[in-house]
Design a protein around this ligand. Structure first.
Ligand code: HAM
Length: 471
């Protein structure tokens, strides 16, 4: 006999259920509205892409690419290879065995983030020919094989935005200071949009941290990296295994280590701000000025380097309350050159991604979210004639935008009222034969038990008015 299997969501994934999903919808709707007021349009992207896109964009040495991606062979490309081999005896021996060919099969990955995909789409759809800058936003699931904990999942959701703009060399050469001020204004507006979104959601206890990590040039980050490397070698013995390994692979990441025993040593390391080239220093100063002009409050954090390789100049992160150790609710930064690295024209870029799961957690913790997804009206009907009227009333009320629960079978009034209460309904509309023949419907307010009789048009008017007052 077959054993019964009890299926469960895979570790690190979860179901999102009502009433919480109503809050997810409200958050997403607010993002659509706020981002549109800043001139952003929505882009919908595939959930999987060639592995190489992420390896190149995010960086082969990053944790995301080296440890956390869900990667598999594209079954289509594998099937095509098998067909090739099966086609002909001599041909197949010329081409070698399937095992020889496997490395050539296309590897694909579930997206761990979406900036790489937006850049790929910008190139693929020749968006450099559109009026610049191109402002796009997205929302949807991302996948990283991290150790699950509160606020950290293997399938999680991001709401992100990116601003991309063709880089005009002449403009930079002609008046680099003006160009730097323009870029900083774009960075500041992106951050302002983010803070506007959080404010609209009444997200409590947010802190914006900013930093500049300079650019990858011989007069800027390279000088700093040389200095940092030398200093790290001096304290190597004091560092944990991860940081020791990173000295050779990704020394910048050591700065955002959370390991307690390393902190006093890391705190004494040199700061990037002291090694910025004139262009990057001017950009960082202009960014701070621009944020101040917009009334955006920030804190500088020289250790904010971020875990993805594509950043240059501006990096930023926002923390929110009620999240424990995973308190970064959003991260972002500037990534000039990424589009070019992926085969496109020289292009500037800046963007962010909000961890939607964490945003929702923080909203729930600060009780800014509805605890219940109630109904406006529960229709307590009794008798065949009343059933027909109840169906019509439900139709009219729903058309007017009210949420209505219409029980499929007749219930005793006591049971119906109990059910209405359980569902968190505001009103019970009582319809019996008597109400139907009289043309006067009884509306009971469940919070205080009061009730009154209305004609059908009066009832609609009353409900409309009380909804307008409560919203
Ligand atoms: P990120 O810092 O890797 O940046 O992710 C952004 C946000 O996604 C984090 O601050 C966090 O809130 C959320 N997040 C990341 N991993 C998880 C997880 N395992 N579970 C729950 N939430 C998570 C990026 O992804 C960049 N693409 C952001 C960006 C856009 N930079 C420029 N443009």
């Amino acid at each position: 006999m077959a054993t019964k299997t009890k299926f469960q969501a895979i570790r690190g994934t979860r179901d999102l259920l009502p009433p919480e999903t109503a809050l997810w919808n409200r958050v997403e709707q607010t993002a659509h509205e706020v981002f549109a007021t800043f001139g952003f349009g929505e882009i919908r992207l595939p959930v999987f892409e060639p592995t190489d896109l992420f390896a190149r964009a995010v960086g082969g040495e990053t944790d995301i690419v080296s440890k956390e991606m869900y990667t598999f062979t594209n079954p289509t490309s594998l099937a095509a290879m098998v067909r090739e081999i099966e086609k002909g005896g001599s041909a197949s021996s010329e081409m070698g065995t399937l095992a020889d060919m496997l490395p050539e099969a296309e590897m694909i990955s579930l997206r761990p983030e979406a900036t790489a995909s937006v850049c790929r789409a910008y190139i693929e759809h020749n968006m450099q020919q559109l009026p610049q800058p191109v402002k796009l936003y997205y929302m949807g699931p991302m996948f990283r094989r991290e150790r699950p904990q509160k606020g950290r999942y293997r399938q999680f959701y991001q709401i992100g935005a990116e601003v991309l703009e063709v880089a005009r060399r002449e403009a930079a050469e002609h008046d680099w200071e003006k160009e730097v001020r323009k870029d900083a204004a774009i960075d500041a507006e992106v951050i302002e949009m983010l803070m506007t979104f959080f404010a609209k959601l009444e997200l409590a206890g947010t802190t914006l941290y900013i930093n500049s990590i300079g650019h990858n040039g011989p007069d800027c980050r390279s000088v700093y990296m040389g200095k940092l490397y030398n200093e790290l070698l001096k304290i190597k013995g004091k560092l944990g295994a991860d940081s020791q390994r990173r000295i050779a692979t990704n020394p910048l990441r050591i700065l955002d280590s959370k390991l307690e025993s390393e902190q006093s040593y890391i705190e004494k390391l040199p700061h990037m701000a002291d090694y910025l080239c004139p262009g990057c220093a001017a950009h960082y100063a202009a960014l701070k000025h621009q944020l101040e002009m917009r009334g955006v409050i920030y804190r500088e954090n020289w250790r904010l380097v971020r875990g993805l390789d594509y950043y240059m100049r501006t990096t930023f992160e926002i923390t929110a309350q009620g999240l424990g150790s995973q308190n970064a609710v959003c991260g972002g930064g500037r990534y000039d050159g990424l589009v070019e690295l992926l085969g496109g024209p020289p292009t500037k870029g800046i963007g962010f991604a909000i961890g939607e799961d964490r945003l929702i957690l923080s909203l729930l913790e600060s009780a800014k979210a509805p605890a219940q997804q109630g109904r406006d009206v529960y229709i307590a009907w009794m008798g065949e004639r009343a059933h027909a009227t109840a169906i019509r009333a439900a139709k009219d009320l729903r058309k007017a935008g009210f949420s209505v629960e219409l029980p499929p079978v007749e219930q005793k009034f006591g049971k119906a009222l109990g059910q209405a209460d359980k569902l968190g309904a505001k009103y019970a509309l009582i319809l019996g034969d008597h109400e139907v023949s009289e043309g006067l419907w009884t509306l009971k307010t469940l919070a205080d038990g009061s009730q009154a009789k209305y004609t059908e048009p009066e009832l609609l008017e009353h409900l409309r008015k009380s909804k307008a007052v409560s919203s």
